[in-house]
Design a protein around this ligand. Sequence first.
Ligand code: DX5
Ligand code: ZN
Length: 233
Amino acid sequence: MSATAPTIQIAPSILSADFAALGRDIAAVERGGADLIHVDVMDGHFVPNITIGPPVVRAVKRIATKPLDVHLMIEEPDRYIDDFVAAGANMISVHVEAVPHLHRTIGYIKKLGARAGAVLNPSTPAVLLEDIARDLDYVLVMSVNPGFGGQAFIPHSIEKLRRVRAVLDAAGSSAAIEIDGGVDEGNVADIVAAGATILVAGNAIFGGGDAEAATRSLRQAALGAVQGAGPRR
Ligand code: DX5
Ligand code: ZN
């Protein structure tokens, strides 16, 4: 069974970290076993909130030991891909709702040497991925409406994960599925069973005061889910 169990990756979202102590908080989640550092970039247009840009990504890159997973929630993301890769992004995801030429954008991210992902908002159907599935390194399924940390997980996202996996499988794509929004120890079993292997969590990790322990606990809950679920791709 272990030969076929998926590798779960924990990706703490620094949106919920202490921005005045990012180095301390990133070190804590890395001690706790984080696999990726999830960076939420918001522009106040595509989503209501404004967060961080390439200078902060560059600073985080100096202290993080794990790859940076940059989630662009911005209009016209094509204008900024070079800057984020130069700043140290290892993974870049763009919203399908924000780019008219997704095939070109995904190809450009990969050409620059980063892993490329497509993001679906909660209301965006999985079938939109049919003709890009084989080009993707990963799909990010939003399980909240993007813009803020600490929102409640939208239950329909479980069904959405299954639909995305089915679309990817039908296209012959081995792209991983990442889930983002409202993930916690209570829902991670269902999330993993539905096909997600990259788990983003902000509030569940940074909201309780011990980010190291929370990272470890989330992985334990996810691994328990994998063992309980039996063999999966
Ligand atoms: C939401 C962001 C998420 C968010 C997750 O727009 O994309 O990455 O920080 O935070 P939680 O886990 O608190 O929902
Ligand atoms: Zn995110």
